[in-house]
Design a protein around this ligand. Structure first.
Ligand code: GDP
Ligand code: MG
Length: 291
């Protein structure tokens, strides 16, 4: 995947400053979303269901400066392929653009795997603030994380926290406010390679013509069509599907890999390279007890 110059700024959260704010916590299972949700909302929370399904929906409230915030604790998932009900709920929620900000909680002690999901969130173009949780665990294991470099690469605030003790929560709240006010961007879309981006650029206006998709989801929809994701594109005309099919062939010929494999591979390799840049383990003498 390419580097910085063809990154596009995707978030436009800055234009929507209001007194009511909706945020949603998203991340892998067991990264500390619920702990953070509790730290934010305390006892001001209730549990219901996501529309149409029996997946628990935790909803809570807190005050952030002048903003009355409604917060949702999204189901924990590893990827957004919509192959499970939890993935579907999360994906539909993100596509609805109900939330002004997504707080992506990642586990500092399992950062690389968690960042794969972050990459997928950025592809969706949702305004992000990344909370690097479990910093206490990372410190115990002598894992250093360069959150400044991570923030520069992702194009959004990246805040180290310990959700269970409240460490870093105020800085995280400030990060949210900075994206809401437009002072900081809410993330860059990770650029795919040239042939994939070319295909996306051609497909976007075609998709736009035949669907009611929001402008900010067109890039993601084009990518999903190239990945031949059956959950996307039911509204699209045959022409769009035919064009996507031709591009899949072109990508296959150009890269020697099936388009969906190629796209997933470049996502993985981008995240892997990034992880190598920002994570370092001091000493590495002795192993932790759990190892
Ligand atoms: P979720 O699945 O993402 O909602 O994760 P939870 O909030 O349920 O957290 C999973 C486990 O990790 C729980 O036992 C939490 O108490 C614990 N936990 C959450 N955040 C932290 C943290 O920052 N540090 C430590 N040491 N434990 C944490
Ligand atoms: Mg939870």
């Amino acid at each position: 995947m390419g580097c910085c110059d063809d990154k596009q700024q995707t978030a436009d959260a800055g234009s929507a400053v209001s007194d009511k704010l909706t945020i949603a916590l998203a991340g892998n299972p067991n990264c500390g979303k619920s702990a953070l949700f509790n730290a934010f909302t305390g006892i001001r929370q209730r549990t219901g269901n996501w529309p149409g399904v029996t997946v628990d929906r935790k909803q809570g409230y807190f005050q952030l400066d002048s903003h009355t915030v409604t917060a949702y604790d999204l189901p924990g998932i590893y990827s957004l392929d919509a192959s499970s009900i939890d993935e579907e709920v999360t994906r539909d929620y993100l596509l609805s653009r109900d939330a002004d900000i997504i707080v992506n909680v990642v586990d500092a002690a399992n950062l690389e795997r968690n960042l794969y999901f972050t990459a997928q969130l950025l592809e969706m173009g949702v305004p992000l603030v990344v909370a690097v949780n479990m910093m206490d665990v990372a410190r115990k294991r002598n894992i250093d994380i360069d959150t400044d470099t991570l923030s520069k690469d992702l194009g959004c605030p990246v805040i180290p926290i310990v959700a269970t003790t409240g460490e870093g929560i105020n800085a995280l709240k400030q990060g949210i406010l900075d994206v809401v006010s437009g002072k900081q961007a809410g993330g860059f879309r990770l650029a795919h390679d040239e042939v994939v981006e070319q295909a996306i650029a051609e497909l976007m206006p075609m998709i736009s013509n035949c669907t009611s998709a929001r402008k900010e989801t067109l890039h993601w929809m084009a990518l999903k069509l190239l990945e031949d994701d059956g959950n996307v594109g039911s509204e699209c005309t045959r022409d769009v599907h035919a064009a996507a099919g031709q591009w899949r062939t072109a990508i296959q010929e150009r890269t020697g890999e099936d388009a969906d494999i190629h796209i997933a591979d470049s996502r993985f390799s981008h995240v892997h390279t990034l992880a190598q840049t920002i994570i370092s383990q001091r000493g590495k003498v002795g192993k932790t007890i759990t190892d």
